[in-house]
Design a protein around this ligand. Structure first.
Ligand SMILES: Cc1cc2nc3c(=O)[nH]c(=O)nc-3n(C[C@H](O)[C@H](O)[C@H](O)COP(=O)(O)O)c2cc1C
Length: 309
């Protein structure tokens, strides 16, 4: 998720959710081609398993991006066929690629050369191309090129008229359509995304599909999902104090590498959400980010606000 799952956000998410597969923000294949891949793709090994999400529609550039994914230790490369932003549409990738399944298939085929699994994240449809048959045609065409896993954001996108934010709330969710896809294509891995907030939501979906992808809830209200370790993976969930203490050590190490503290600490604010002292926690993080409070003081406050259960 752009603006959330940068490498520091993923480091914290990994501590919260030891069993999850994490995804990068979308990185365009062009940026990798023209920019410095080592800067765009570097990450802490603790973040793994980690999938690289690429935006793009040119098979050669996408193949090059997949090669980098492998070189830099990612376990999967994912194609963004869900983003409706104007900027992405202008580049003719993202959700508008639902209109061009053959092009996506060409990308998949070229990217598979790198030897990593190539997956696709998409929507139920775009604009008037929103019948179940349209989705099936897209999935079948792309699957024929060797994509075995589809992550489906269970709503369509309106490419003209709705901005990305509205495209994440106004088109109605239709999880049942994703379940139907799994019933019709049992040989594919179908992962559902959209509107899942808590562990109960995830369990309800997993009766119908192979996996769940969680976006906003993981960043905005992660503690509501923390029990997922126990429920799905049979292990005790991490203690919040330990997550914070580890993240503060990480923040200090990153600071020594020249990373501003704020860039790490901002990812800790959501841990206080809904708890007594949430405001104090946010204020303390803000103060520490500008050097008006020490990391040791933050750690003491964390011991008070996140006591062991
Ligand atoms: C701020 C923000 C940034 C996002 N960036 C991406 C992105 O880079 N790639 C992507 O596939 N989806 C992106 N999304 C969409 C989410 O991955 C997800 O599909 C959508 O929010 C619905 O799932 P949710 O209800 O669990 O959040 C973004 C969503 C938000 C709110």
């Amino acid at each position: 998720m752009m603006g959330y799952t940068d490498r520091h956000g993923r480091y914290v998410l990994r501590r919260l959710f030891p069993d999850a597969l994490l995804y990068t923000e979308m990185i365009t294949a062009r940026a990798l081609y023209h920019g410095a891949p080592e800067t765009l793709l570097e990450h802490h090994p603790a973040e793994r398993p980690l999938a690289l999400q690429l935006g793009g529609a040119e098979p050669e550039l996408m193949a090059r991006g997949a090669g980098y994914a492998r070189q830099f230790g990612y376990c999967e490369v994912n194609i963004n066929v869900g983003c409706p932003s104007d900027r992405v549409q202008a580049g003719r990738f993202g959700a508008c690629l639902m209109r061009e399944p053959e092009r996506v298939a060409d990308c998949v085929e070229a990217m598979r050369e790198a030897g990593l699994p190539v997956t696709v994240k998409t929507r139920l449809g775009v604009d008037e191309l929103d019948r179940y048959e349209d989705l099936l045609r897209f999935v079948d065409t792309v699957a024929a090129a060797g994509c075995r896993t589809f992550i489906i954001h269970a709503r369509k996108a309106w490419l003209n008229g709705l901005d990305p934010k509205k495209n994440r709330s106004i088109p109605p969710l239709d999880h049942a359509r994703v379940w139907r896809l799994k019933r019709d294509r049992p040989e594919l891995q179908i992962v559902v995304n959209g509107g899942l907030r808590g562990v109960a939501d995830c369990l309800a979906q997993l009766a119908h599909v192979d996996g769940v992808m969680i976006g906003r809830a993981a960043c905005e209200a992660p503690t509501e999902l923390i029990d997922i370790a126990r429920v799905l993976f049979g292990r005790p969930p991490p203690a919040l104090y330990d997550v914070v203490a580890d993240a503060l050590d990480y923040a200090a190490a990153e600071q020594r590498r020249g990373v501003p503290l704020r860039r790490v600490l901002r990812h800790l604010a959501a841990l206080g959400r809904g708890r007594p002292g949430a405001r104090r926690w946010r204020q303390a993080l803000d103060q520490a980010a500008v050097g008006r409070q020490s990391l040791a003081a933050l750690r003491s406050l964390a011991a008070e606000l996140f006591p062991a259960a």
